[in-house]
Design a protein around this ligand. Structure first.
Ligand SMILES: [Zn+2]
Length: 343
């Protein structure tokens, strides 16, 4: 994760909280119940120079139409009015920013997440709306990096995979039918994870199977060659030395951990993930699992540590800084087409 981004966000938020003092859930509720505060905050997060731009032509000559809660552009194009939700995960949502921002505060800061039922009760929206909101927020929390982890001078990287259970009765009817009859209904989904020990950052995603080519393709695209990698003895990890990694394996049957060579960090992440999945999210379809994984990765990578004392407000702000240029429509979410980002 780019710490530069985090520094920038923290600096910006520092200025913000100095001005408005939003540090707790209660203060967030109070603060964002004011429409003008929502507007200021959104402008601040979307355009760090504080100048809103028309999403269609980029013009900065705009008027704020307070009653309609939209900006008006004077540019020469068809759609002249736009809300602060345009070109973000909130686009086309009738839910107010007050509720959206609170939902983001809750999901980024509750260790085990928040269920759609809990959010429905907390915000007074329907459970279906709450479910959709949570998935969109997870989309914002998904901070994928194109940079590879590790490197010859970097610290070791723990790699492991885990199985997450899902029974066919929990699956959407359409998707269940798509499996066809005669298909074994007990379905486990594989999640692969990598933990860079020096930075304590995790990457995790759903993978189709635990075949060697699948696992090693992920390793090659996420980790620099010559990095030290620790895995268990799964045959899927055989041959990583040939691929120019410094590979050491952990034998789970051995009673003692061999010094530095262990995968306890990533295993700890798995237990956090499963606690959330079992406790808060009772029936997660395999199709949606990637977003729950991204949610847990976000909280894990942005948890408070001695070196990096992040606060609730920091996590919240970081997630809000990632709402732009991402969309998730209801059709995509219900399984019709794949997810897309607008940029
Ligand atoms: Zn314009």
């Amino acid at each position: 994760m780019g710490n530069n981004i985090l520094d920038r966000v923290r600096l910006l938020f520092y200025i913000y909280i100095m001005e408005y003092a939003v540090k707790t859930l209660q203060q967030a509720i109070q603060h964002f119940s004011d429409r003008e505060n929502c507007r200021k905050f959104m402008v601040f997060m979307r355009w760090p120079d504080g100048t809103p731009r028309c999403p269609y032509c980029g013009a900065t000559k705009l008027s704020w139409l307070e009653k309609a809660n939209v900006y008006q552009c004077y540019g020469d194009h068809a759609k002249k009015k736009f809300s602060l939700k345009v070109a973000t995960i909130f686009e086309d949502s009738p839910i107010g920013l007050d509720k959206w921002l609170l939902a983001m505060w809750l999901l980024t800061n509750n260790k085990n997440g928040i269920s759609s039922y809990e959010l429905h009760r907390a915000l007074g929206v329907t459970q279906k709306t709450a479910w959709f909101m949570l998935h969109r927020i997870r989309r914002a929390m998904d901070s994928q990096s194109f940079l590879r982890m590790g490197g010859p001078e970097g610290g070791p990287i723990e790699i492991d995979e885990t199985f997450v259970g899902g029974k066919s009765k929990n699956m959407h009817a359409v998707r269940r039918n798509a499996l066809g009859s005669g298909v074994k209904t007990e379905h486990k989904t594989v999640v692969m994870g990598m933990l860079e020990r020096n930075t304590r950052q995790v990457r995790a995603k759903v993978i189709p199977n635990v075949k060697r080519e699948t696992l090693q393709k992920e390793i090659i695209s996420n980790i620099e060659r010559k990095s030290s990698v620790y895995t268990d003895g799964h045959v899927g990890y055989d041959g990583l030395k040939v691929r120019d990694f410094v590979h050491e394996t952990v034998t789970h049957t051995e009673e003692y951990v061999r010094g530095e060579v262990h995968t306890q960090g990533i295993e700890n992440f798995w237990s956090l993930l499963k606690r959330g999945l079992n406790g808060t999210y009772v029936a997660v379809e395999p199709y949606h699992l990637d977003r729950y994984v991204a949610e847990q990765v976000f909280r894990y990578n942005n948890r408070a540590t001695k070196d990096n004392p992040l606060t609730d407000a920091d996590r919240f702000t970081l997630a809000v800084s990632q709402i732009s240029g991402k969309r998730l429509t209801y059709a995509e979410l219900t399984g019709k087409v794949g997810e897309t980002a607008t940029n």
